[in-house]
Every structure is written in C-alpha cells, then in structure tokens.
Design a protein around this ligand. Structure first.
Ligand code: ARG
Length: 579
C-alpha cells in the first residue's frame, strides 16, 4: 500500500513538474508512513513540506496542488491536508476488504517480494567447536534463522553457512589430551566444557604437554593422518552437541550447512598471494598486512588487516576473505548476511573493504554485517552462571521449559502430563527465542525469565495464547474457513483497524528481509494480537447479528489466525492449538 501511494505521489510530482509548478530536477525520497490515529487517515506523507521551499510555495498550498494532481485510485477513498501540510490518505475499505479476501485465498497470504528473487548466503550460529555452545551463540543462531525463514518465504534462495571455528591453535591442546589418554578423553568428551578445562589444566601444568600440543598444531596443519583422525573425531562430537541444540531450539540448521574455517585452509595461501599480486600487501614487522587509510587507531595511524603472521600462520580475517570469495564466485550469492556479534563490526567493515579492493566479490554483491548486542544477565553484565562461568545453552533451555511447565500447570491443572509437557516446550523454548527476537538486534538486552514467561506484554506466551484464541473460534464452530461463505465487509472501527494491520504483513516481512530485523515482525504480531483482542471484544463473531456479518467476522478471524501462525512460524516458534 505504501508503495502504491508513493507511486501516486510520484505521478502527481511529474505532472506538476511538467506544468511548471515545480522546478525541474527534483528527485525527493517520498516518505509515506502509517498514521497512529486513524481519524487522520491510514497513511501520511510530508512531501509537500519537503518540497515547499524549492517550489517557493507555502506547504499547504503545495499540498492542495498535489491533491488536485493525484490520479484517482480505487484503494484510496479520500486525501486530506492536515496540520502544517501533511497529506493524509484514507484507505477505501471495500478495496481493503478485497485485498484481504485475496490474501485469504492464497497459500502465501498474498505476500510477494517486491524486487527480484535473490540468492542469499546467511552466515549464522558459527560457534567455536573447541568449546561447548553457550548463550553467546544463541542470538546469532535464532536471529539468523528467523531472517533466513523470512527470506525464503519471500521467494529468495537461502544458503545457510555455519562458519564454525574448527581450526586454530587451541586444537593442539585438545588433540594432545585425546592422544595422551584415549579412554578418559572419550568419556570426557560427553561434556566438552569439562574436556576443555581438563586439557587446559594439563597444558598449564606440564611443559612437556604444552610442547606436544604445539607440535600437534604443526602436524594438524601438515595433515598428518593420525592427527587428522583425532581432529575429525573431536569435531564430530562437538558438532553433534551443536546439532542437539539446534534441534531442541527448532532451528533449521543441519550438518549439511556446516562449512567451517578449516574448509578454507587450502585457499589461504592463494588469498595472500592474490593480495600481493594486486599490490595490496605491506610487510610490517614480518607480518603481511593490508592497510586501509580510512581506518585509523587512536594515535591516527592507519590500521592494518593482518592476513599472515610473522611466523607464517593465517588469521581469522584471512579465512573470512577466502569465505567471501567462495560465496561470491562459487555460491554466486547476490547478498551475504553475517549474523555476528556487534563487537566484530570493525573486523567485518575492514574485511569487506579488502575483499572489494581485491575483487574477491563481484561488484553487485552486498556484504552486510548484521551485528547484534550482548545478552546480559539481570545485573546488566554479560550473562554468567552464579560462579562466573559461561551458561550452557542446554541448561538454559532446560530451565525455561521447567519454569514454563510450572506456569502452565498452575493455569491449567486439569491438563494431562503429556500435553502439559508439550505446551511447556513450546512456551519455554518460544519464550527464550521470542525475548531475543523481539529486541532491536543491535541493542544489548537483559535476559529475564520472569518477563519472558509473562502472559502479558510483548512475549511468546501472550502471542501463543492469542493464537489459540483465534483457533478456538473455529474449534467451537466445528468448521474451517473453507466451509464458511460470504465475504469480508468492514464497518466497525475495530474491524477496519484490524484489517488495515493485516494488510501490512507483506510490507513488514519486506523490511525484516532488507534490514535483518525480526523485532519488526514481533512488534507487528503483537499489534495484530492486540487489535484482534479489541475486535473480538467489540464485535461479536459467533453471535453476530446477521449471517453476513457473522461470515465476514469469521473470515477476518481466519485471516488473523493464519497471519499469526505464519508470523510465529517465520520467527521459528512452535504454535499450539490450545494451551
Ligand atoms: N566463530 C566466530 C565466533 O565465535 C564467529 C564466526 C562468524 N562468521 C564469520 N564468517 N566470521 O566469534
């Protein structure tokens, strides 16, 4: 809708320019917003205020000229001037009802991507395999998963890349531990965290062990078979821990999506050689660096991207450069989205710049770091266990489920245990995911079980419950929407407001896909649920005054139900038919 209003305004501008009312050569960005107060129409634009000065007119006079020049459109019932010169557009409710009918008849709820379909690489989760996955990996995993789902729903081709840290010096220590005591290592690997600690202890205590660990790094790099066997064994176990977490979270990631750092090993020397042949390398204290003049340290000296250490070792950046080249040249991506902690922002800015200068990615490819803030504890400090250790993801999910179980049980003591457990899973896991997804991606947030499990406010329990209310209408009715005739008619203000919101689904998904911001979808679903609630309160559905109204309201309820369900699924939440 906003797009078509923009288009109408554009036509009016073209006309006024041709008539000489507006000077040539203006190409303003036309802004159209949803209004908050529906008595002022459904959409508003400040275009007359923006152009008043260059046109040499008063904003309200220009607004009137624009209204006169606007082509007629079936979707718009009237346009008014408000305040200092806003243009307020009123939606035609018959046209709106027709759009909703089309959405209801469509598997895809009438949602289509506005531009051409793209191939998008989504770099997500990407934990370091040396240690157990912890809460820090939660954000990348679930935000990346939600955005990937939205892209797919809009018709893009998504290639998920789990860029796991499966290479590096810490593996020498782990392999040395496995080699030293194979039996103990096997049993300790069930708990990677403990395994890592035990290996680290040996490393710190014994110089011979440390020596062996360093030798093993060299052997690993040389591909020595026994060393590779241990390394493969270790990674397989660590990845299976990750996979358990993904399955538990209901995240669409499989072993096939793993393409870890080690996958680029063979290409790292080429990356450095290519940078050299393009004249981008400078040697600094024996290290190979690319200096980017735009990036300076506190003293004002240019910052380097180091691609090879003085000893010959490669770095995180080198691997990312190789991965970017692969994503461009082999995967032929139009976009690559990196869901990685905000603290790596500088790394990505600089690595993207080097990749562009070196021609590692094709000119049309977008590289976007979708950074996110830190998940803090209630005290506002990074989330830790009571004794200061990292919180294991699995422990966190266990606690969420058991808290949800108690809550749901208190609410519905009559439910049998199996159903309670199923609800507790959807609510508990959903609450953890939703709490994260509903915050602005780039801000830090405090993890708080009480808030995320509340049935009030913008939370998973509230939305899951709102969904069950829409579902219960049809359960009571004993029929699905397929068996209900009639068509949507919009009269009551609550009907019109709900309808207007439902019609925005596609546009909201478009923004989530462009900006990588699932919180927009959360806020939208929360609005839909709230508007549905006031509609349901003011407009009797099953007991509506006449059959036509009843059918219309049932159809509106059916579309609300499908929009909520689809939206929650895109966020990666499991919906329940009752709770
Ligand atoms: N393994 C890294 C970490 O835990 C994240 C990797 C993100 N992806 C990338 N292409 N650099 O910090």
């Amino acid at each position: 809708m906003k797009d078509s209003i923009r288009h109408l305004i554009q036509q009016a501008l073209t006309r006024l320019t041709a008539e000489g009312v507006l000077p040539d050569g203006l190409s303003p960005t036309i802004q159209v917003e949803n209004t908050r107060d529906k008595t002022h129409g459904d959409f508003a634009s400040n275009i007359a205020m923006m152009l008043a000065k260059p046109a040499g007119m008063k904003p309200r006079d220009l607004a009137q000229k624009l209204i006169d020049a606007l082509p007629a459109d079936a979707q718009i019932s009237k346009v008014e001037i408000a305040g200092p010169g806003f243009l307020n557009f009123f939606q035609n409710s018959d046209a709106l009802a027709e759009r909703l009918e089309a959405a209801l008849a469509d598997e895809h709820l009438g949602v289509r991507k506005s531009g051409p379909a793209q191939r998008v690489v989504v770099d997500l989760s990407s934990p370091n395999l040396a240690k157990e996955m912890h809460v820090g990996h939660l954000r990348s995993t679930i935000i990346g998963d939600a955005v990937a789902r939205v892209l797919e729903f809009l018709g893009d081709e998504v290639i998920r890349q789990n860029h796991v840290g499966d290479w590096g010096t810490q593996f020498g220590m782990l392999l040395a531990f496995m080699e030293e005591n194979p039996a103990a290592a096997e049993s300790e690997l069930a708990d990677l965290e403990g395994f890592y600690r035990a290996a680290k202890k040996r490393f710190d205590e014994s110089p011979e062990f440390a020596e062996r660990a360093r030798a093993l790094v060299v052997e690993l790099q040389a591909g020595e078979p026994e060393c590779m066997r241990l390394w493969n064994r270790f990674n397989a176990i660590s990845l299976s821990h990750c996979q358990k977490a993904y399955d538990r979270l209901g995240v669409k990631l499989t072993p096939a999506d793993v393409k870890g750092e080690s996958a680029y090993n063979a290409d790292l020397a080429n990356v450095v050689a290519d940078l050299r042949s393009k004249g981008l390398l400078t040697e600094d204290n024996g290290a190979q660096c690319v200096f980017l003049d735009e990036y300076k340290n506190a003293e004002g000296n240019p910052l380097p991207v180091i691609v090879q250490k003085a000893g010959g070792g490669y770095l995180y950046s080198t691997t990312d450069l190789a991965a970017m080249r692969y994503r461009s040249q082999v995967l032929k991506a139009d976009r690559a989205l990196y869901f990685v902690d905000q603290r790596q922002a500088l790394h990505f800015q600089m690595a993207f710049e080097v990749a562009r200068r070196a021609g590692f990615v094709h000119a049309g490819m977008d590289l976007e770091h979708m950074g996110f803030g830190t998940m803090n504890g209630a005290d506002g400090r990074p989330f830790k266990t009571r004794d200061g250790g990292t919180v294991k993801l699995i422990d966190l999910l266990d606690e969420a489920e058991s808290r949800a179980y108690e809550l749901v049980k208190a609410k519905n003591p009559e439910l049998d245990d199996a159903e309670l457990r199923q609800i507790a899973r959807a609510v508990g896991i959903g609450a953890v995911k939703y709490a994260d997804l509903s915050k602005h991606r780039t801000s830090d947030y405090s993890f708080n079980f009480e808030l995320m499990l509340s049935f009030e406010g913008n939370t998973a329990p509230y939305l899951l419950y709102a969904y069950t209310r829409t579902a219960s209408i049809f359960r009571k009715l004993g029929k699905g929407i397929e068996d209900i005739g009639g068509h949507i008619e919009l009269h009551a203000p609550q009907e019109i407001e709900l309808a207007g919101k439902l019609a925005q689904f596609g546009e909201v998904l478009g923004s989530v896909a462009d900006k990588g911001t699932p919180h927009l979808l959360c806020a939208y679903l929360y609005d839909v649920a709230g508007l549905f609630s006031s509609f349901y309160e003011h407009c009797p559905v099953l007991s509506a005054e006449d059959e036509g109204t009843r059918q219309s309201r049932l159809r509106l309820a059916a579309l609300t139900r499908r929009t909520l369900k689809q939206g929650l699924q895109l966020l990666g939440l499991e919906t329940l038919e009752r709770m």
